[in-house]
Design a protein around this ligand. Structure first.
Ligand code: PEP
Ligand code: MN
Length: 344
């Protein structure tokens, strides 16, 4: 829909917009009002270049798009009935939980093995463990490929599928070859379109799922859903959206909690939403409440950092991992809240 700056377009202006949209197979239909006339674009209005050309015209105030920019992730797309399965759960049917260490310590693998057994006991469906870590400070531990073996050994011991973050092509290949079921794209890379494409391409013929974190630099929700579309465009639409806190504005929380965007995402996309309260609030003491808030907002699941002895963990674990006991309690409460809020 084209909204001009004036009450109506002149004949020359109308000819100019008609020519622009015509080049993309569209037509213009004026909608004449008592005071103003607006101009509907009839046809597929998702062509970015067409919109940019129209927005570049000095006499155009703005363009309102009616069609969704996402062909696959949109709630009205043919994929709306698609269901994602992971760890024996069909997302949306029961509370889904990913839990485990922020970072696997390659020097002390037993912590991860014990954590893996304990989070399974607590009710987790997928085990998480960071092999490669995106660290803000270049001098801190960046992860170690040796941890991939530890991750897969923990998977064998517990029978749980595993989730780990990938940041480059080499990680994607190593993780998939090792049998990782869920590839995480972290908050720092959620706007890295080459990585999104590489992951989409790599999982196209598999049943792998992708846990796509929301970047702290993402503004409108469309940016988040478009990032998922990048992956799905290659053929595997198993993309889970993971709000994990956005730019910090509060003293006390690591990031600004954003579980409240869940209902907004669900209005636009069929993709399941699994909230990460750990990176959102960034302190173990606040995680259980943030997890419950996410469920209250309608999240399909939770991704929680947990460690058998957080003080001995590395990466984020000493400050934000909760103990498996606390995880078990949080999952129990979250399931009750799920039943309460989704019940009749
Ligand atoms: C993580 O999951 O440990 C992590 C680094 O997450 P994020 O990308 O959300 O910061
Ligand atoms: Mn972490």
């Amino acid at each position: 829909m084209i909204l001009p700056k004036t009450n109506r377009l002149t004949a020359e202006q109308l000819a100019e917009v008609t020519a622009i949209v015509g080049a993309f197979g569209c037509k213009i239909q004026p909608i004449v009002g008592a005071v103003r006339t607006i101009y509907a674009i009839v046809g597929d209005e998702r062509e970015e270049l067409m919109i940019n050309r129209l927005e570049g015209l000095a006499f155009v105030d703005r363009i309102d798009r009616i069609q969704s920019p996402f062909k696959l992730m949109d709630k009205r797309s043919d994929l709306a009935t698609h269901r994602i399965k992971a760890g024996g759960v069909t997302l949306g049917e029961e509370l889904f939980v990913i839990a485990g260490a922020c970072t696997i310590d390659p020097k002390n693998p037993n912590y991860f093995y014990e954590t893996a057994a304990a989070v399974k006991e607590a009710g987790a469906h997928v085990l998480r463990g960071g092999v490669w870590k995106p660290r803000t400070n270049p001098y801190t531990f960046q992860g170690d490929v040796k941890s991939l073996d530890i991750l897969m050994e923990a998977s064998r011991r517990t029978g749980l599928p595993v989730d780990t973050e990938v940041m480059e092509d080499a990680h994607i290949k190593l993780a998939l070859d090792a049998g990782v079921h869920s590839l995480q794209i972290g908050a720092r890379n959620a706007l890295n379109y080459s990585l999104l494409r590489a992951v989409g391409r790599a999982i196209a013929e598999r049943d792998t799922v992708v846990l796509l974190k929301r970047s702290i630099h993402m503004g409108p929700l469309n940016e988040f859903i478009s990032a998922a579309e990048y992956i799905a465009a290659f053929g595997n639409p198993n993309v889970i959206l993971c709000p994990r806190g956005t730019t910090p504005t509060l003293d006390g929380y690591r990031n600004h909690p954003d579980e409240s965007i869940t209902p907004l995402l669900k209005e636009k996309t069929w993709a399941p939403v699994v909230v990460d309260p750990s990176h959102s609030v960034g302190k173990a003491a606040y995680v259980p409440a943030a997890a419950l808030a996410a469920v209250a907002y309608g999240a399909d699941g939770l991704c929680i950092e947990s460690h058998v002895d957080p003080s001995k963990g590395i990466g984020d674990d000493p400050k934000q991992a909760i103990t498996p006991d606390m995880l078990a309690k949080t999952i129990r409460r979250a399931k009750q809240l799920w039943a309460l809020s989704r019940g009749a």
